[in-house]
Design a protein around this ligand. Structure first.
Ligand code: FAD
Length: 477
């Protein structure tokens, strides 16, 4: 069979792969894009967008229920589950259509359909097609939901995030196994829409927060309205009627069981590397079977192979996948002269309610000996009380020697916005003193950040350094 030679092959038409292709095209490279599934990306089809659509509906229901606190009486809130899920799907389909149209605008002769696998260090075969010889290869094959073996007997009944958005009605009962970002977001949303949800996780934590104080607080507050069983190991899953019976050991080692209409398995995602034939690529692999790579170039060793997106198992987030696709595509075009890129400040947001966020360095990554920490609470914070959402705690981290803000972990109302401001400040290497010179409007949630910064300034011993530049003091803020 004839070999076809090209400058670059990009494997995977997800967010990372499409951005790699955009860079290759800009550089005038002769590229091919291979996709084994339907176009439309994980983000639009089964990830960011449908999950946030479901959460938006859930939060609307919750807001109506909470209206009572303002003296607004709403009687007989009725969640029309079929209508909720129909909107999730129809809006999701709009997002997917947009992506598919973008992909279909790419020249048809550059798009191959089929599963790509390595046949040698620079050769790829797509299905039974001819061998492709590429000067550079970008692996952007994404990740897949992990389903532990314990669910083998009910594999056709359990839900993962791939199936959950296809539900036609809101289930009466649901066990969510895994209280990471996906499990927490989807489980809380379904609970607000009327499902009786039990959360099970063998770890003692909920969400990605690593700061023990913020984690403890979030667990306690979320646990008031959600049935959180942390430290609970699922031991068996069997079919029961039309549903599933789970058996687990709780945190005290007691045997527990329950029957659920559905079980959502949200125990993490695994990079899609197994079917790539990486054994033929001559790359050094880590213990998970992922090629070793450099996050500043996305290159695997000094090979003409680049990783991008969830497949590298690094930061499985959309904006990171896009950046990595851009870096990988640019470097695939320039190979062997690869460019190093400074990566953005880390930012993780969980769309639970209250939301969670990590901006900049997490608590777990701090050098404790060099770090000063101060917290602020949303419980007595002016704006949080005005909107009756005064639940939350955040902690800010700065280095002692230079007073630069390094990171924060937050749990509170709409902290997605505060987390952006803090991540931008961390990336700008702003000191606590400079941050306190910024304007803070009244009454806003940002004033809570200022309270935390003031506390941090006191801890750092710099609260009197520039007394005129942090003037605003008002009661109850
Ligand atoms: C429920 C959920 C909610 C999420 N919410 C958020 C959020 O709110 N914010 C956020 O930032 N991130 C979120 N994410 C994560 C985000 O969706 C991913 O980080 C992002 O979509 C990864 O993009 P990617 O290009 O790496 O992978 P993908 O978009 O999955 O693309 C990989 C592509 O490669 C193809 N492929 C695989 N193997 C082969 C092969 N051998 N040959 C050819 N093609 C192949 C696949 O079919 C797929 O189309 C969420 C994820 C989930 C599951």
């Amino acid at each position: 069979m004839q070999k076809r030679s090209v400058d670059a092959v990009v494997i995977g038409a997800g967010s990372a792969g499409l951005n790699a292709v955009a860079e290759l095209d800009k550089a005038g490279a002769d590229w091919l894009l291979v996709e084994s599934g339907p176009y439309g990306t994980t983000c639009a089809r089964v990830g960011c967008m449908p999950s946030k659509l479901l959460i938006a509906a859930a939060n609307a229901a919750d807001a109506v229920e909470r209206a009572d606190v303002f003296g607004i009486r709403v009687r007989g809130v009725d969640v029309d589950g079929e209508a909720v899920l129909a909107r999730v799907r129809s809006e999701r389909d709009r997002f997917v259509r947009g992506v598919v149209e973008d992909v279909e605008r790419l020249p048809a002769e550059r798009r191959l359909i089929g599963r790509a696998r390595f046949t040698g260090p620079t050769t790829i075969r797509v299905g039974d097609g001819p061998e492709l010889d590429a000067r550079a290869i970008v692996i952007a094959t994404g990740s897949s939901a992990v389903v532990p073996q314990i669910f083998d007997a009910v594999r056709d009944r359990i839900l993962t995030s791939d199936e959950v958005f296809e539900l036609q009605r809101i289930p009466a009962s649901l066990a969510v196994v895994g209280t990471g970002i996906v499990g927490l977001e989807l489980g809380q949303a379904l609970s607000r829409l009327g499902t009786d949800v039990t959360f099970l996780d063998q770890a003692p934590t909920v969400g990605p927060l690593t700061d023990p104080e913020v984690q403890r607080y979030a667990h306690a507050k979320l646990g008031r309205r959600l049935a959180l069983e942390l430290g609970a190991a699922v031991e068996a899953a069997e079919p029961a009627g039309n549903g599933i019976e789970l058996a687990w050991k709780d945190a005290e080692g007691r045997a527990r069981s329950g029957e659920f209409e559905h079980v959502l398995v949200a125990t993490g995602r695994r990079p899609n590397v197994a079917a790539l034939g990486l054994e033929h690529a001559g790359l050094e692999l880590d213990e998970r079977g992922i090629p070793k790579w450099d996050p500043q170039t996305m290159q695997c060793g000094d090979a003409p192979v680049f990783l991008a997106g969830d497949v590298d198992g690094h930061l499985p987030l959309l904006h990171e996948a896009i950046d990595e696709g851009r870096i990988a595509g640019e470097n695939a075009a320039r190979y062997p002269e690869v460019a190093r890129h400074v990566r953005r400040t880390p930012l993780i947001i969980v769309f639970s309610d209250p939301q969670m966020a990590i901006a900049g360095q997490s608590y777990a990554s701090l050098d404790a000996a060099r770090t000063e920490i101060a917290d602020f609470s949303f419980e007595r914070q002016g704006r949080a009380r005005v909107i009756a959402r005064n639940v939350g705690l955040a902690r800010l981290y700065a280095t002692r020697d230079d007073c630069i803000l390094r990171g924060a972990e937050l749990f509170g109302p709409d902290v997605e916005h505060l987390a952006h401001l803090l991540a931008w400040s961390v990336q700008q290497k702003l000191t606590v003193q400079r941050l306190l010179r910024m304007p803070f409007y009244h009454p806003t949630l940002e004033e809570g950040v200022r309270a935390g910064l003031r506390r941090l300034a006191r801890r750092l011993g710099v609260e009197r350094a520039r007394p005129c530049e942090d003037l605003a003091v008002a009661a109850g803020m």
